[in-house]
Design a protein around this ligand. Sequence first.
Ligand SMILES: Nc1nc2c(c(=O)[nH]1)N=C([C@H](O)[C@@H](O)CO)CN2
Length: 118
Amino acid sequence: MDTVLIEDLRLEAVIGVYEWEKRIHQRLSLTLELGCDIGTAAAGDDLNATLDYAAISARLKQFCADNRFELVETFAERIAALLREEFAIGWLRLTLKKPGAVADAAFVGVRIERGERH
Ligand SMILES: Nc1nc2c(c(=O)[nH]1)N=C([C@H](O)[C@@H](O)CO)CN2
């Protein structure tokens, strides 16, 4: 299967377990591998036949503005569900990083894979 990539998409979100975190926006970094057969798009040079990474990035920015969660796990699952439903993505791997959350770590976060990879 081919893959459309979005690497290190910077997002601002209200995310965290602690009360002080519910009052601020924090930086997240999202990396996506999105399963997609790019053959038809490449043959026809046709954006409509592939996943539009610009449209997906914009949708995710909007999702961050509209939602707030405590756990990065919840955030990751909700993004995966949104992508699969709204963009008909069969398989994806998503890495969500929360830099600065733990003082001595470059980042913390989760990586999930959803759907069947053909
Ligand atoms: N597995 C997780 N552990 C923790 C999370 C999380 O989302 N998943 N979140 C926090 C706090 O919000 C932390 O980021 C603030 O420093 C702690 N542990």
